[in-house]
Write a protein that binds this ligand. Structure first.
Ligand code: GLN
Length: 502
């Protein structure tokens, strides 16, 4: 069936094959994506910047390399992609002059028009892989959100239904990949921001182990949890993109110097002999019945493939949300201190320094970012530090220890990604706590630093549902193996929103 999809909606594996057989060109692929961006980009509000000319020039260069027989060892050569606009892109030359590169906003007014002098590791590595950068995708401001409604540049709409959110914070990336505007996109995941929008938009999203991919050039939200990963249409494509992104980078002190295995080799399609745990606490109260049914049936598929399914318990799951909403605002309040209206980004231009801080930050940050800075500053302040921050770090250790102990008895865990399908724009916007609950199933994975992938497992009320495979630290291979075996057997690899056609 995949062959019947329009070019823009196929997987990297399929179009890569066509490229190497020279049946299509990188220019064809790039034009197909640019055509989709022209058709749907504005309506869905997926992109904050598009670099059409540079993309076409990169595509032509890729075509020239393919003509010379290149590409065999470069599966991303000539493949058009997007970066979440939280990855800085080099936009100034050595003399500080604009070089035609793309600006970086992090979804915030405070960085409007900001041009960075250096490339993020993600841009650099994907450019070394000769992928074709199309543009920068919309996101919740500084990646704080679960619906993309917190972007200073307007909400992103879900390609399955314009009235719905695509999830967040990598909502632009998810919607772009789901609607054929890019073959893959990067995201960042601090508490679920790759996996949850992948789930709500019907695609695959993979958060690797903390430390697996460099954070260099990723605008910091909560540095001890932020991690970069791919949003793609198949598990096989996730393996391909992760291969290009992963690896030690001395410029990120938390990037781990450990060998990167061949992820493609993990995709055996065989899960016989694997023991997969289902944590009972993840089927939370308030979960939509259609979501639970789809996830349970995915677990049944893996059992049918020969995996042993066992129920397990992670009793501290309930404390994940509170822990996360102490630690991440605390780190954010420190990280965001750099937006002072002096060094870069927006400046109110006031001669009085304090007045300049107040006016720049007052007008440059949106309400959710301010809420988190206030929460974090409070949690770190004298007298509250021990009660909140230190306590949260202790619970974090407990959560991690529980995962480690359970994962010593099973090869991976299976769980829902989000308790609900995509919801209406505006439905939770006035209730931060309700919004935060979206991430109950994803954020413990970040707290423990583990790899987790979200894979589509069907529809509920006509909208996509995803389930998670969570693995041991640095064992991305088993996560990919389980997810891929499921995807091959269950076939939701062809799931596309109505916008994919016509
Ligand atoms: N939705 C979560 C939050 O608002 C997670 C965000 C993320 O992973 N960047 O913090």
């Amino acid at each position: 069936m995949p062959g019947t999809l329009p070019l823009a909606d196929r997987t990297i594996a399929e179009v890569g094959e066509l490229l190497r057989r020279r049946e299509v060109s990188s220019r064809d692929l790039t034009e197909a994506c640019l055509g989709r961006i022209a058709r749907d980009g504005e309506r869905l509000n997926t992109f904050l910047a598009v670099g059409e000319e540079r993309a076409l020039a990169a595509a032509d260069a890729a075509d020239a390399a393919l003509k010379d027989g290149g590409g065999a060892d470069k599966p991303l050569l000539g493949i058009p992609y997007a970066l979440k606009d939280i990855f800085v892109t080099r936009a100034l030359d050595d003399d500080g002059q604009p070089n035609g590169g793309l600006p970086t906003t992090a979804g915030s007014r405070i960085l409007e028009g900001y041009r960075c002098a250096y490339a993020s590791s993600a841009e650099e590595r994907l450019s070394n892989a000769r992928a074709v950068l199309l543009g920068k995708t919309n996101l919740d401001e500084f990646a704080m959100g679960s619906s993309n409604e917190n972007s200073a540049y307007g909400p992103v709409h879900n390609p399955w239904d314009d009235r719905l959110v695509p999830g967040g914070s990598s909502g632009g990336s998810a919607a772009a990949v789901a609607s054929g505007q890019a073959f893959f996109a990067t995201g960042t995941d601090t508490g679920g921001s790759i996996r949850q929008p992948a789930s709500l938009s019907g695609i695959v999203g993979f958060k690797p182990t903390y430390g697996r991919v460099s954070r260099y050039g990723m605008v910091a939200f909560a540095s001890s949890l932020d991690q970069c990963g791919p949003l793609v249409r198949s598990v096989g494509d996730a393996a391909t993109v992760l291969q290009a992104l992963a690896g030690h980078d001395p410029r990120d002190s938390t990037s781990v110097d450990t060998p990167v295995p061949d992820y493609g080799a993990a995709l055996t399609g065989d899960v016989r002999g694997l023991k997969l745990g289902v944590p009972r606490e993840y089927f939370v109260a308030g979960m939509e019945p259609g979501v639970e049914a789809a996830v349970r049936s995915a677990i049944g598929v893996l059992e049918g493939l020969g995996a042993e399914i066992v129920e397990v318990s992670l009793p501290s799951t309930d404390h994940g949300l509170a822990t996360y909403y102490i630690i991440t605002p605390a780190e954010a309040s420190a990280n965001l201190a750099r937006y002072d209206g002096v060094r870069y980004g927006l400046s109110a231009g006031d001669d009085d320094l304090i007045e300049n801080y107040v006016r720049t930050r007052g007008s440059g940050f949106g309400p959710e970012v301010k809420r988190r800075i206030i929460l974090g500053t409070y949690a770190l302040s004298a007298g509250y530090y021990d009660a909140y921050y230190v306590k949260a770090q202790q619970v974090r250790t407990l959560i991690k220890a529980e995962f480690d102990s359970v994962l010593s008895g099973v090869d991976a865990l299976l769980a829902p990604t989000s308790p609900s399908v995509a919801f209406k724009i505006g439905a939770k916007a006035d209730d931060p706590l309700l919004m935060y609950l979206n991430d109950a199933c994803t954020l413990p994975v970040n707290i423990a630093g583990l790899p987790g992938i979200s894979v589509p497992c069907g529809l509920s009320d006509g909208l996509p549902v995803g389930f998670q495979v969570i693995g041991r630290a640095f064992d991305e291979s088993t996560v990919l193996r389980v997810a891929d075996a499921y995807q091959r057997a269950a076939g939701f690899i062809d799931l596309r929103p109505p916008t994919a056609y016509g």
